[in-house]
Ligand binder design. Structure first.
Ligand SMILES: O=P(O)(O)O[C@H]1O[C@H](CO)[C@@H](O)[C@H]1O
Ligand SMILES: O=c1cc[nH]c(=O)[nH]1
Length: 327
């Protein structure tokens, strides 16, 4: 089924190592192939209106994050770091036809926003994975770069396990009126590779830990400053300390569904986030704007080191475009 609609398999050291179908993403929907057109509505892209293999066929790395400015800045950083031609400042939003998501491309790197929360990132991932399928992309690594609440502001956490509000490594997907439990296991080798890259950075600490994903910023994360609050400060702290004891080092709103969907579709995935505040000390994000901007560059810096590592899939790209002279 998958091979009928794809290019002849290529062999590379990576595709031998990965448990993927020769590096292709898995779309697990038998209806897709019978559709004569697939409109990726929230991207304002489609299989009849756009030549997706030409536009996206060379993608090897995808970074996703909540906000348009962050994801544009990351694409510009990669444009510069990869020595691509032209001024990265004028990178165009590929999804300009919609204001749901923004998408920027810098060579083999795609940078996309996902908005806030599980439903928003889930819609984005469905359309992104179909896009990768239609574009016949291979050996793609996807990384969420986020800005959650944590313990030590400015510390970068590479997620080893994404857990739900009950500290379980699972995501509950409601399908029709059934609840399906999906694993949120992430790629352990990728965690190690990223941790190794972090050793080259001496300006800020990086560690591994569990990331807790909630359905809400306020009550779901034990905040006392929402419009509704029905628990005491003691209860909040008791919950956050239990989370800490269970291994949780940061709290955000997308990691479990991100891990679950990427895993099911054969994408090598990681979550790398910088903590904006210490949740044991407060709820409001009060750090000055410049500090927050500098913090959110930290995961980007780490990921740029990772992408530029000579053993990354980039060598495919470099050799096909004779691009290695830029590195
Ligand atoms: O980590 P980023 O993408 O900034 O997103 C985090 O910030 C938002 C809440 O402010 C949530 O979406 C949470 O996951
Ligand atoms: O505390 C925080 C900060 C950012 N994003 C979250 O989801 N939680």
């Amino acid at each position: 089924y998958f091979f009928l609609h794809s290019n002849p398999p290529k062999t590379s050291p990576h595709s031998l190592l990965l448990p993927h179908l020769n590096g292709l993403v898995h779309v697990k929907n038998p209806y897709l192939e019978s559709m004569d057109e697939d409109v990726l509505y929230h991207f304002s892209l489609g299989t009849k209106t756009h030549n997706l293999p030409v536009m996206f066929g060379d993608i090897k790395f995808i970074c996703v994050g909540g906000s348009p400015n962050r994801m544009k800045a990351f694409a510009q950083l990669m444009h510069k770091e990869l020595g691509l031609e032209g001024d990265g400042k004028d990178l165009k939003d590929i999804c300009a036809g919609t204001d749901r998501y923004s998408m920027y491309k810098a060579g083999p790197v795609l940078s996309i926003t996902h908005g806030m929360g599980v439903p928003s990132i889930s819609i984005m991932l469905h359309e992104l994975i179909k896009l990768l399928h239609h574009a016949k992309c291979r050996d793609v690594t996807i990384i969420r770069i986020g800005t959650p609440g944590g313990i030590d502001p400015g510390t970068v956490v590479i997620t080893d396990i994404a857990v739900d509000s009950f500290f379980k490594a699972q995501f509950q997907q409601v399908i029709l009126d059934n609840i399906v439990i999906r694993s949120t296991e992430l790629d352990k080798d990728l965690v190690e590779e990223l941790l190794n890259c972090s050793k080259e950075i001496h300006d800020f600490p990086t560690l591994t830990g569990h990331t807790m994903c909630t359905y809400d910023f306020y009550e779901g994360q034990g905040r006392l400053d929402g419009a509704l609050c029905s628990f005491s400060n003691e209860k909040k702290l008791e919950y956050l300390k239990r989370a800490y004891d269970a291994g949780v080092r940061n709290i955000e709103m997308e990691s479990t569904v991100f891990a679950a969907i990427c895993r099911l579709c054969g994408l090598k995935a990681a979550v790398v986030c910088v903590a904006l505040l210490n949740r044991l000390e407060g709820d409001q994000i009060k750090a000055p704007h410049e500090v927050l901007v500098e913090y959110q560059r930290r995961p980007q810096h780490l990921i740029s080191i990772f992408i530029k590592k000579p053993n990354q899939h980039l060598w495919h790209y470099c050799s096909s475009l004779n691009f290695s002279k830029h590195r």
